[in-house]
Design a protein around this ligand. Structure first.
Ligand SMILES: Nc1nc2c(ncn2[C@@H]2O[C@H](COP(=O)(O)OP(=O)(O)O)[C@@H](O)[C@H]2O)c(=O)[nH]1
Ligand SMILES: [Mg+2]
Length: 392
């Protein structure tokens, strides 16, 4: 690993304020790199926070590294770094992991995102409001110029994230993101992907662990000089999604992240006491029972009671909030296993002649009983914001 400057140079526009490290990952970008850095520096002259730019190269075979070192030698606040491991995700992880700045950000070298969005992006993190901020090309207010093929793939992929994982963000792949360094570091250690899936994995983990992801609609003009191989990347993404879903379901995606509890703003506030009963799991419980019953009937037409029960549990859990939320509750062994076993016992105990409604009713009654017992015994409950079927 080569490092152009061991010492970090943060341009001190306003001492005492949160500093920002803007990482620019590059692979064979000898054409675009200098223009990017000079344009970015011109923009940063009016930036109100201390900043530095970190160029990270891994794998370039053209003159990119030479240009990066020249820029770092010539321009204050520009830092260049070279890694042996391959992949854009690996480059971002290393740069963010080792950054001396309070806030880490990144953008693509082609500056496809209009730089006017940079301050709103960083400000939402610097203010303490959000832990991660992402540019989005798919939310209302964004203006995007790109090929139909990439538009369709992008929309389809993000729809999959919303339906499958209950993702709250609209654009996982926009090359324009910022995060609070101290909060994101433990997540980085858990993100396994070194390539293009890195962004999605980081955002899914962030939301899974209760972090706030802020979105900034951007103006985006696609640069057609791309290193993305679409089919291969799409397959990698699907493999990555399956891996993340599995780790969430096994309860392996939990990361200890520090996020202070909200406190009253007014000095003479008389704050309401924290509610002991959260409406969200209650409503989710009722909705979950309904969805379960609806799913059980058609499945039972062709499946045995135990299989129909398992299918209906999974379908209702996913319908309630996707893998991410369902996983928060239906952790395969500790929660889903016993719930599945007990509801299966309940449906099997009902005489076949009683019909599928009676079987579904027995399963729902068993779930209510499990919930009641967990409440009475003070069993470990769900996070209030994580509704899921049969969780408590
Ligand atoms: N360090 C590093 N940067 C990469 C790698 N692959 C792509 N990049 C950079 O990631 C950014 C986005 O790449 P690009 O090909 O423009 O992706 P697209 O905009 O989605 O087509 C650019 O700055 C690339 O140079 C890589 O393997 N390592
Ligand atoms: Mg690009």
């Amino acid at each position: 690993m080569a490092d152009m400057r061991a010492e970090s140079t943060i341009v001190d526009a306003a001492a005492g304020q949160a500093s920002v490290d803007i990482v620019v990952p590059v692979l064979n970008e000898e054409r675009a790199l200098a223009g990017c850095v000079r344009t970015l520096i011109a923009h940063l002259r009016a930036f109100p926070l201390p900043w530095r730019i970190t160029i990270v190269d891994n794998g370039s075979t053209d003159g990119t590294w030479r240009i990066a070192t020249e820029l770092a030698g010539e321009l204050a606040g520009v830092h260049a770094r070279r890694l042996d491991i391959r992949g854009r995700g690996a480059a971002l992880r290393a740069a963010w992991q080792d950054s001396p700045a309070d806030i880490v950000a990144y953008m693509d070298v082609d500056l496809s995102t209009d730089l006017d969005a940079l301050f709103p992006l960083v400000a939402s993190v610097a203010s303490g409001h959000s832990e991660i901020a992402v540019g989005t090309r798919l939310a209302p207010g964004a203006r995007t110029r790109r090929s139909l093929r990439r538009e369709i793939i992008s929309r389809g992929y993000n729809l999959l994230l919303r339906l499958g994982f209950g993702a709250g963000f609209s654009d996982a792949q926009c090359g324009f993101k910022a995060a609070r360094t101290a909060v994101v570091r433990p997540l980085l250690a858990r993100v396994r992907d070194d390539g293009w899936f890195f962004d999605t994995e980081l955002l899914l983990l962030a939301e899974h662990n209760g972090l706030r992801v802020h979105e900034v609609p951007v103006d985006w003009i696609e640069d057609v000089d791309s290193r993305v191989r679409i089919l291969r990347t799409a397959l990698d993404d699907l493999r990555g999604l399956a891996r993340v879903a599995w780790s969430m379901l096994r309860g392996r995606a939990r990361v200890a992240v520090s996020r202070p509890e909200p406190t009253p703003t007014h000095p003479d506030a008389r704050p309401a006491r924290p509610r002991r009963v959260s409406l969200t799991p209650l409503l989710a419980g009722v909705l979950g029972c309904l969805l379960y019953t609806l799913a059980y009937q058609p499945l039972r037409q062709s499946w045995a009671p135990a299989a129909a029960n398992l299918g209906a549990l999974v379908l209702a859990g996913l319908a309630l909030g996707g893998v991410r939320r369902a996983a928060g509750q239906l952790q395969l062994v500790t929660r889903f296993g016993p719930v599945c076993a007990l509801t299966t016992t309940a449906v099997l105990a009902v005489p076949v002649t009683a019909g599928p409604y009676a079987e579904a009713g027995a399963a729902v009654a068993m779930c209510c009983l499990i919930t009641l017992i967990r409440r009475v015994t003070g069993g470990r409950g769900a996070q209030p914001s994580s509704p899921a079927l049969l969780s408590r």
